[in-house]
Design a protein around this ligand. Sequence first.
Ligand SMILES: [Zn+2]
Length: 165
Amino acid sequence: MAYTPPRHCSRCGGVLAPVAGKPGQRVCENAPCGEITYLSPIPVVAAIVERRGAIILVRGHGWPESWYGLVTGFLEPEESPEAAARREVGEELGLTVTESRLIGAYPFARMNQVIIAYHMPAEGEIVLDQTELAGFKEVPADKLRPWDFGTGAAVRDFLEQRRRG
Ligand SMILES: [Zn+2]
């Protein structure tokens, strides 16, 4: 589901109104409150998980049968993005990350997110978290193709960096 900005002030419940010249802010119309709400994007971590030469893609519940994506997740308080991505790989796939390399950070405007993506070689046997995921598939790294939204930009850069060595 696409992002929609909040309509009500989190402090007093008043209606939020646009702020002239500041598309990233809303102001509470309840004058005594006047709280500013910032529409800052939320960071999301993503991992391109590689094991035995294959990239592991995952499918969320309710996704079309043919859709697979990267392991993704949100940061916990005080957690570094890299630690969050490692944790998500462990929780969602049951794998142990052995190395990690930042691929890049990408805006995902439709979701009001910023995706921070890592290449994470991992080892172990897959134990899928079935409350989070409906399935997974393994794609040989040289058969991986980027998609044109969200985490696809990270896949594109990953493949480009890999080609360059
Ligand atoms: Zn308010």
